[in-house]
Design a protein around this ligand. Structure first.
Ligand code: ZN
Length: 519
């Protein structure tokens, strides 16, 4: 099936085998990226009438890609290359690619076809049930589906881990390789208690910040101009990408040279499109920075969801919500929104976009409270998976946790445990990657700032090239060559901790809310 390329590539039988393996992987990835084009179109331009036919197209392509990824020939080649790699054994990239291909090949092939099909069937139905349950705010309608999803995910965990270890780790590994729940707990627990302290201090601060400015009428066309300018300025390459509109914002890379971002423009919610695009552009710039000639191989893929999220959060929050950024960008905003921003100073605008307010909905949360929403989900999904928390007790447990961490109590399941799509889609072990992203982002920003002395001046001058280049050099170019934590630790030069994130939050919000940091 694999085509032989030029003679000079084949210096040995090992490189011929490696080459064949690379071609097989590339074809699987090409197929899968065709599916990405179709689902991007489904969410942006497809007329409603196309839904059924599109579902059939996507399912066919997903099936074909899965067949390619589990091709027994891949297993054979892996076995031969692992037992005798010859002159390739010292090549760091080769070793990493074999390790990563083995990891995903084993995962794909350990799952019985029956289980894969059952998970796909049940999660499709369970998502529909979730939409309905959420609209009616009735957890009882979703409960039996969540029970089924959990049973299937336990089966999946047992299959991929051969029944060894914490089942949660087996699921987490799919999103954040080489990371365990116990490790996360060690980082998250002190983070959660210190964040709670900061939230409590802010809530009693006499400094009141209003976000009224952001709810004025920001014309959609001007928003479009402004977000495109901002994305271009920070370094998103429009020659190799574009921004369209969809109900739920996302970033989808079709492969080298084509990365799609989406957003939604809401007139009376400035934050939504602006910070949404900075976030997705951060994801997009990571994709655009991956080595194009490695497409299909792990060395051409993002390291993990946590590392991906570190890129989006860095540009959205650490750059986009900083004073330095707005000192430079506010004049552009004022030119485009002359009426709504006529009586607003840069300082007032900066305060408004950084208002801290404990709220029920994760996706609308501010920089300080966001991670607490994640801690709650991380704790609960571990308990659900282990069976320590019966599904019927979830709404109560959810509300109690919000009471404890954020001192607010959801009045309905719609603003409580029914708000996120993840569990209905079978995405268990996914939430912690959001918090890891915030943590990694703060570590990377601290390291980059130390490297450049300070980044504030460059950011204020709207010169982002040095920072992007630093990220390209330390993160993007490596793809999946190193385990995510190792990749970050190499970039920052020390073990990962939550300290830089806490330092950043206390410095920024301590100043905004005029509260001293406890010693
Ligand atoms: Zn993201």
């Amino acid at each position: 099936m694999a085509t032989r390329l030029s003679e000079d590539f084949m210096t040995s039988t090992h490189s011929a085998k490696y080459h064949e393996l690379s071609l097989l992987l590339r074809e699987a990835e090409l197929l899968s990226s065709c599916g990405s084009v179709l689902s991007w179109d489904e969410q942006t331009y497809m007329p409603k009438g196309g839904a059924e036919h599109r579902a059939a197209q996507c399912s066919l392509i997903a099936g074909l890609a899965h067949e390619r990824r589990t091709d027994p020939r891949i297993g054979e080649l892996l076995g031969e290359l692992q037992s005798s790699a010859g002159d390739l054994a010292d090549n760091e990239e080769f070793v990493a690619n074999i390790r990563e291909v083995r990891r995903s090949y084993d995962r794909y092939t350990k799952l019985p076809k029956r289980l894969v099909e059952e998970i796909s069937r049940v999660t499709t139905l369970s998502q529909q049930a979730w939409v309905d349950a959420r609209a009616k705010s009735r957890f009882d309608l979703f409960r039996p589906w969540l029970e089924q999803v959990l049973a299937l995910k336990r089966e999946e965990a047992a299959a991929v881990s051969n029944g060894q270890g914490d089942p949660y780790d087996a699921l987490l590994d799919d999103y954040e390789p080489a990371t365990t729940a116990a490790e996360l707990e060690q980082i998250f627990q002190p983070l959660a208690s210190q964040l709670s302290e900061l939230v409590a201090a802010i809530s009693v601060s006499e400094q009141v910040i209003s976000a009224e400015i952001l709810e004025r009428a920001f014309a959609r066309s001007a928003q479009k101009t402004v977000v495109e300018q901002a994305a271009k300025k920070i370094g998103f390459d429009f020659h190799r990408g574009r921004i369209d509109e969809s109900a739920h914002p996302f970033c989808s890379s079709f492969g080298p040279g084509d990365c799609r971002l989406t957003t939604r423009y809401q007139e009376e919610a400035f934050n939504s499109a602006f910070f949404g695009v900075l976030h997705e552009a951060g994801h997009g710039m990571y994709e655009q920075g991956l080595p194009a000639d490695k497409f299909g191989l792990p060395s051409g893929q993002a390291a993990s969801l946590g590392v991906h999220e570190s890129q989006s959060r860095l540009w959205e929050n650490l750059v986009g919500r900083s004073m330095a950024f707005w000192k430079g960008f506010f004049p552009t905003a004022q030119v485009n929104f002359p009426e709504v921003l006529a009586d607003v100073t840069c300082e007032q605008f900066y305060a408004a976009i950084n208002q801290v307010q404990p709220s029920f909905i994760r996706v609308e949360a501010d920089e300080v409270t966001y991670n607490l929403h994640i801690m709650i989900r991380f704790e609960l999904e571990r308990e659900l998976l282990s069976g320590n928390l019966p599904v019927m007790d979830l709404p109560e447990a959810w509300n109690d946790r919000y009471d404890t961490y954020l001192h607010i109590r959801p009045a309905s399941d719609r603003e409580g445990c029914l708000q996120d799509i993840h569990w209905s889609a079978g995405l268990l072990g996914y939430f912690p990657t959001y918090a890891l992203g915030n943590l990694y982002a703060a570590e990377l920003m601290a390291a980059a700032s130390a490297h450049f002395g300070s980044l504030d001046q460059l950011i204020e001058q709207q010169d982002f090239a040095a920072l992007l280049d630093w990220l390209r050099t330390h993160i993007h170019q490596y793809g999946r060559r190193y385990a995510p934590r190792k990749l970050i630790e190499q970039a920052i030069g020390h073990p990962v901790s939550s300290q830089p994130l806490l330092d950043h939050l206390w410095t920024k919000f301590g100043t905004l809310y005029q509260i001293p940091r406890p010693v």
